[in-house]
Design a protein around this ligand. Structure first.
Ligand code: AMP
Ligand code: MN
Ligand code: MN
Ligand code: MN
Length: 276
């Protein structure tokens, strides 16, 4: 059984390693099939593809799209996309375009809470001029002593109701799914266990996603507990969605689990890679 890890990040978004280094590490960890899924970005894929050839593993072209659904932010992973598809690249560019002004507003909000210099501080951690994220602010907040570690930052800052949170409109769910399909890929609801929705809200999300043509749900994620593996496997079966699996790895000291460290998919689900 090949080992799949279909969700991780590089320096083209908020990961700590360049695409080639992520790929070598994945290979060393025993991953056979890796998807690089940078936030709203496909520019790291050529480097990852080259590295995968040398490492002898399979690289799946991916991305993680930021989506606003019913006033909350959700993430949709794209798998098996053509990164040169113009519908997709234009959609991603539009989605990324608000990030710089959002970063200014995040810094203003932190300044108002008594944390000056966060914009310049976050910029020290940005590794692609095309993509500034809350992760870069989080790294600065740890450096400046406002939180002990990355795991603690988001509890006090950068989330709804906290300093450094700003509302933002991302792509819509139909847009994200359509762009992914235009590029020949599959659309996957990322880490559903992380969303602040009621059980009814989760069923509404999955039903709407499926009705829009969405393909799969991330059943196994480092964000999920084993109980949630079972819960989302059931959801996948009930809603007729396939099941995916991804560590959401960001870097050596920042991640909840190593690349490729997830168990096998629960029985009874159709893997997202069934027809690959
Ligand atoms: P953004 O796309 O700028 O809103 O940043 C979202 C990123 O912040 C996610 O992809 C994670 O890498 C990180 N993040 C968000 N919430 C948390 C959390 N509670 N713990 C750790 N990282 C988080
Ligand atoms: Mn991230
Ligand atoms: Mn995500
Ligand atoms: Mn991710």
């Amino acid at each position: 059984m090949p080992r799949y890890d279909l969700h991780c990040h590089s320096t083209y978004s908020d990961g700590l390693l360049a695409p080639a280094a992520v790929v070598s590490r994945a290979a060393a960890c025993g991953v056979d099939v890796l998807a690089l899924t940078d936030h709203d970005e496909v520019a790291g894929l050529p480097e990852a593809q080259e590295a995968a050839k040398s490492a002898g593993i399979t690289l799946v072209c991916g991305a993680e799209l930021s989506v606003t659904w019913e006033n909350i932010t959700i993430h949709v992973v794209a798998l098996g996309i053509d990164p040169r598809n113009a519908t997709l690249t234009e959609g991603l560019e539009a989605t990324r375009s608000g990030r710089s002004s959002r970063a200014r507003r995040i810094a203003d909000s932190l300044a108002a809470a008594g944390i000056p210099g966060a914009y310049a501080g976050a910029m020290k951690y940005v590794t692609s001029e095309r993509l500034v994220s809350r992760t870069h602010f989080a790294r600065y907040l740890v450096e400046a002593g406002h939180a002990r570690a990355m795991k603690d930052v988001f509890k006090r800052y950068l989330t709804r109701g906290r300093p450094g949170y700003v509302a933002h409109s991302w792509a819509t769910l139909p847009q994200a799914i359509d762009w992914i399909h235009a590029a020949g890929g599959q659309a996957v609801v990322a880490h559903p266990g992380r969303y602040d929705v009621s059980p009814t809200g989760m069923r509404r999300l999955l039903a709407e996603f499926r009705d829009l043509g969405g393909d799969a749900v991330e059943v196994l994620s480092s964000s999920h507990t084993p109980a949630q593996y079972a819960e989302f496997a059931t959801h996948a079966r009930v809603f007729g969605l396939r099941a995916s699996c991804g560590s959401d790895w960001h870097g050596p000291d920042e991640s909840w689990m190593e690349l490729g460290a997830l168990p096998e998919l629960p029985a009874g689900v159709a893997p997202v890679w069934k027809d690959w």
